[in-house]
Write a protein that binds this ligand. Structure first.
Ligand code: NDP
Length: 479
């Protein structure tokens, strides 16, 4: 059994309480490693090491910090195959996806913030005999808590800007997907990251995660995960006046007008619905189709969905891998049952899959398409976060907007139309932090990223996140 250890003060550490959590492979259901079930004591050790490292790291020039981060990115490139395989084994996603999306993007996150920090300027306001200038100083010790769906991708998306701005980090990956963060620690050791600058503490959200959120010396929390967890974290951190960035759940609409580029739209709607088993916060899970196109779109969409191959993440040709855990698979299945109780018709999928061979006990569900539900039912209001989408029709732009905006979430919407004016009108009226027009998941890391309403608070990406991870101070000098 492989024990994945905590990375604290530049060294590997076992859990102080001696307790471990099993880590299974979703595709087989078999336990292949264990992680520390860390608690307050481990977080305290991490804080002590970060405190020691902070003057060293924050005292370096941005060029020195940038160089070390670029060394880390190079180490990730050297370890590309191992990282991709670890991600798929741990998370259940197709290896082909880890190779084209997760690991390249994780490397890009480190490279992007390593170079962006060099261009992070501050403002100055001149006056008569006086000058004001703004300083963006590192905060100190920050906590980064990330989820299981895009493990290394979202882990690095948080820690890279935190490190680039000179902070020391206590990071907790999801207990379900700890593997690539551990390989990442090894890479940091070799790349010359000073001890204690990054501390990775494994464990459960309730124990290790809570200890990070409640620790008085961790003064900013960057969290990505579910809305319920985000609300709980805010209730602990807000009264302590911690800086908070919350990237939460979504129930995203794909809005399809009759004047769309049909073939491209069908292809992209399938991709948006089922990439990563539908376990991406940005997946379009409510597909809204203009009435006049509804049947044609539905039939073409289903034909494509039925071609998706569910199975072993390590087999070439697999499009849909395993869901991350048995509990999550059961949750997704319970929504498929609920959809039927609510009057929905399953057009395809809806069942658990048991592939032949080594994956027969894995956690797989067929890609599932449901129609006949109204917008207010639970299936269309609650985040399922799996390979399940619903189809609804609308008669005009106004109704499309009512349906699209008619949930408590506001993360991402995608709109498909060739009509320029309509595209802009829709983008203007959609209550979502991200609107994609004629594309999906096309990312430019310089842009603000985050959700409205119950999908979160604050924006990541670009200079926005560098401002989040710094304290802003104005200095006024009279001369
Ligand atoms: P959770 O909210 O369950 O967990 C997210 C992280 O928080 C995990 O590391 C978890 O640890 C930890 N955690 C859980 N409870 C606490 C707590 N009380 N205090 C501190 N930390 C805690 O989300 P999931 O991992 O299930 O991820 C799926 C969710 O993430 C979906 O809702 C999805 O939409 C959202 N998400 C949002 C994104 C965005 O950018 N807006 C991007 C990706 C996902 P552990 O795993 O050990 O429980």
């Amino acid at each position: 059994m492989n024990n994945l250890l905590n990375y604290i003060a530049g060294t590997w550490q076992e859990p102080s309480n001696g307790l471990w959590l099993d880590n299974p492979e979703p595709a087989t259901g078999e336990i292949f490693s264990r992680i520390p079930d860390s608690g307050e004591q481990d977080i305290q050790m991490a804080v002590e090491s970060a405190k020691k490292a902070f003057p060293i790291w924050s005292g370096m020039s941005v060029e020195e910090r940038s160089r070390i981060m670029l060394n880390i990115a190079q180490g990730m490139k050297d370890a590309f195959d191992a990282l991709a395989e670890a991600e798929s084994k741990d998370q259940g996603k197709p290896l082909s996806l880890s190779r084209v999306m997760d690991i390249p993007r994780a490397i890009q996150n480190i490279e992007f913030f390593a170079t962006e920090i060099i261009h992070f300027a501050s403002e100055s306001h001149g006056g008569k005999g006086v000058v004001n200038y703004t300083v963006h100083a590192p905060i100190g010790i920050v906590g980064c808590i990330s989820p299981w769906n895009l493990p290394l991708y979202l882990f690095t998306w948080k820690i890279a800007p935190a490190l680039a701005t000179g902070n020391c980090v206590i990071a907790k990956p999801s207990e379900l997907t700890p593997f690539t963060a551990t390989l990442f620690a090894e890479i940091c050791m070799k790349a010359g990251l000073p001890d204690g600058v990054l501390n990775i503490v494994h464990g459960s959200g309730l124990q290790a995660g809570s200890a990070i959120v409640a620790h008085p010396e961790i003064t900013a929390i960057s969290f990505t995960g579910g809305t319920v967890t985000g609300r709980h974290i805010a209730s602990i951190a807000a009264p302590m006046f911690k800086k908070l960035s919350l990237e939460l759940g979504g129930k995203n609409p794909s809005i399809i007008f009759a004047d769309c580029d049909f073939e491209e739209t069908v292809t992209q709607a399938v991709r948006s619905a089922f990439t990563n088993q539908g376990e991406i916060c940005l997946c379009g899970s409510r597909i809204l189709i203009e009435e006049s196109l509804y049947e044609k779109f539905r039939d073409a969409f289903i034909e494509k969905v039925q071609q998706l191959k569910v199975g072993d993440p390590f087999e070439a040709g697999t499009n849909i891998g395993a869901l991350v855990s048995k509990a999550h698979m059961e949750k997704v299945m319970s929504y498929i049952e609920l959809a039927q109780e609510e009057g929905g018709t399953i057009l395809c999928g809806g069942k658990i899959v048991s592939p032949e061979g080594r994956c027969k006990n894995g956690w797989f569900i067929e890609p599932t398409v449901i129609e006949g539900l109204n917008n207010s039912c639970r299936t269309n209001q609650e985040e399922i976060f799996g390979p399940v989408v619903t189809l609804q029709s609308f008669s005009n732009e106004e109704e499309a907007l009512l349906l699209a905006n008619g949930t408590r979430y506001g993360l991402a919407a995608n709109v498909w139309t060739q009509h320029l004016g309509r595209a802009h009108r829709m983008a203007n009226a959609l209550e979502f932090g991200i609107v994609w027009v004629n594309c999906w998941l096309l990312r430019d890391l310089r842009t603000p990223f985050g959700g409205m309403k119950d999908s979160g608070v604050g924006r990541e990406g670009g200079f926005e996140v560098l401002r989040f991870f710094t304290e802003t101070k104005n200095v006024c000098v009279k001369f």
